[in-house]
Design a protein around this ligand. Structure first.
Ligand SMILES: CC(C)(COP(=O)(O)OP(=O)(O)OC[C@H]1O[C@@H](n2cnc3c(N)ncnc32)[C@H](O)[C@@H]1OP(=O)(O)O)[C@@H](O)C(=O)NCCC(=O)NCCS
Length: 196
């Protein structure tokens, strides 16, 4: 019998929100952390300090410095202040050129990609819980960010991901194209840019 491809139905209970528009936005953070650590390629840490530094590098600094560029995918929006929000995905971003911004100086690859960060200064990082992937929620998060970032006259947005990562196809379909690759921490990373 031939296999019939059935895409997962879109979960109509999931909605996309800009964090700054959510009441009691701080209550979203534990759910974002859970999605972040579950989706991360690093799953074990030498100690608590290493875990905290990792969280700060890839999530925390965006929450502190760029809270206006945080979006969440929520399943079943809380009906009152006592109900915990069920965060199933998030996008964090920034608009300024990371090769020029002091707060990204620890990410040496931005100097390597400096020729491209001028044209594609905005960056985004998007992650979903495993059981809601492949339903278009990631595309909705990216679209929400790009639509708002465009209003600030930003020429382009980029992501940096691993060579051969499955998410490359996702970004390509959204219009991101490979601009350059580089060796970083024993693997090859790619800079994908998308004009606004
Ligand atoms: C990448 C991701 C944000 C895309 O969101 P999504 O809602 O699943 O994507 P869409 O339904 O809009 O599009 C489907 C595409 O998403 C990507 N995708 C789906 N499931 C995935 C998974 N488990 N891991 C990585 N990418 C996945 C694939 O590119 C898929 O297309 P494909 O089936 O042709 O390979 C989401 O899948 C995810 O969080 N993946 C794991 C973490 C990750 O890779 N984050 C990006 C870091 S740069």
């Amino acid at each position: 019998m031939s296999k019939i491809y059935k895409p997962k139905p879109t979960d109509s209970q999931i909605s996309i929100h800009r964090m700054r528009d959510v009441d009691n936005a701080e209550a979203l953070v534990p759910g974002m952390e859970a999605v972040f650590f579950a989706a991360s390629s690093t799953q074990s840490f030498e100690n608590d300090a290493a875990r905290i530094a990792f969280r700060e590098r890839w999530l925390g600094r965006f929450l502190h410095h760029d809270p206006q560029w945080v979006y969440v995918a929520l399943k079943d929006v809380p009906s009152g202040p006592d109900q915990r929000p069920n965060v199933v995905g998030y996008l964090i971003g920034a608009l300024d050129d990371p090769a020029e911004a002091q707060r990204f100086a620890d990410l040496g690859y931005f100097q390597t990609f400096k020729a491209h960060t001028k044209d594609f200064p905005a960056q985004l990082h998007v992650n979903l819980a495993e059981d809601v992937r492949g339903q278009g929620q990631g595309s909705r998060l990216v679209a929400a960010f790009i639509s708002d970032a465009k209003k600030h006259g930003i020429p382009g947005v980029h992501v940096v991901t691993g060579e051969g990562a499955r998410n490359v196809g996702f970004y390509n379909r959204l219009g991101f194209k490979e601009m350059e690759r580089a060796d970083w921490n024993d693997h090859t990373i790619v800079f994908l840019g998308c004009r606004m």
